[in-house]
Write a new protein. Structure first.
Length: 282
């Protein structure tokens, strides 16, 4: 992989100086780079070569450019995108903080008020994006960055671009849009999607912030995506009470009837719960 980094460095010389690799995922390699023109640190994300070939440069650049118009304090903006030799890349600000995944790995569970605060800010970002007809499709703790305590949703563009390529030979690359533990039933079965799939994923993230683990897990991604898991949600209230000494956290105003009855906006999703309050003694 050192050879790949050297090729990327040579292809982008004069525009971006690669300083180091930050991480590597199923879709892209992320580098800490310096924007030569503006002399600022940025996160440079380069698609896997086989994925870039499957998506196609024109389609990728056209679809990801749509997200450049998203302007919201809780959405990581797109600074640049392009093609350099055989590489497709896009550039976002470099966030010096950590991801929500890092924090959950360290702390396990978050205080109720903090979890709701973070979820509310992400819901506001999703509501804004959905009103612009943009669906994220991969809301998960790894894609929620924490910048001075404020959540910022990352990677809106890549999900849109890859979704546009699903009709082609994207599956040949082994890439699956979405993450099993946070994926809505409709997304797992390949149904037509709208913003409600992001609401479902955000609900799973909020659940994990409160309970310490996602609502549904399995030994493999395939098992986690299995339709049988959605027959009945697990109850974790006692688990948090034992581990933190806290009372039940959220009382749902609506019974579980399946994803087809989900509310249609992120604000409505959070409006479906209220803080727990003790019952006064008689």
């Amino acid at each position: 992989m050192a050879d790949l980094s050297e090729r990327v460095r040579a292809s982008l010389a004069g525009r971006y100086t690669i300083e180091r690799e930050l991480g590597r995922g199923g879709m892209a390699t992320v580098y800490l780079a310096r924007d030569v023109k503006h002399d600022r640190p940025v996160a440079l994300k380069v698609l896997r070569p086989e994925l870039a070939a499957s998506v196609g440069a024109e389609r990728f650049l056209r679809e990801i450019q749509v997200t450049a118009h998203l302007t919201h304090p809780n959405i990581l903006p797109l600074l640049d995108s392009g093609r350099a030799d055989d590489f497709l890349y896009y550039v976002t600000p470099y966030v010096e903080g950590e991801s929500l995944r890092n924090r959950l790995d360290r702390e396990g569970q978050l205080p109720v008020a903090e979890a709701v605060r973070l979820a509310a800010s992400v819901a506001d970002a999703l509501d804004y994006a959905h009103r612009h007809d943009i669906v994220h499709r991969d809301i998960k703790p790894e894609n929620i960055l924490l910048e001075e305590g404020q959540p910022v949703v990352a990677d809106f563009g890549i999900a849109r671009a890859l979704h546009a390529a699903e009709g082609g030979n994207l599956t040949e690359t082994g890439v699956t849009l979405g993450t099993a533990a946070y994926m809505s039933p409709e997304q797992a079965t390949g149904d037509q999607l709208d913003g409600r799939t992001d609401i479902y994923s955000l609900g799973c993230v909020l659940y994990e912030m409160l309970a310490g683990e996602p609502p549904y897990t399995g030994p493999t991604a395939q098992a986690t995506r299995s339709p049988s898991r959605w027959r009945k949600p697990y109850r974790r209230r006692s688990q948090r009470r034992r581990s933190t000494g806290s009372p039940p956290l959220l009382r749902w105003r609506r019974p579980w009837h399946g994803h087809q009855h989900l509310v249609t906006s992120p604000a409505g999703a959070l409006g479906g719960c209220r803080p727990w309050r003790p019952v006064p003694s008689p």
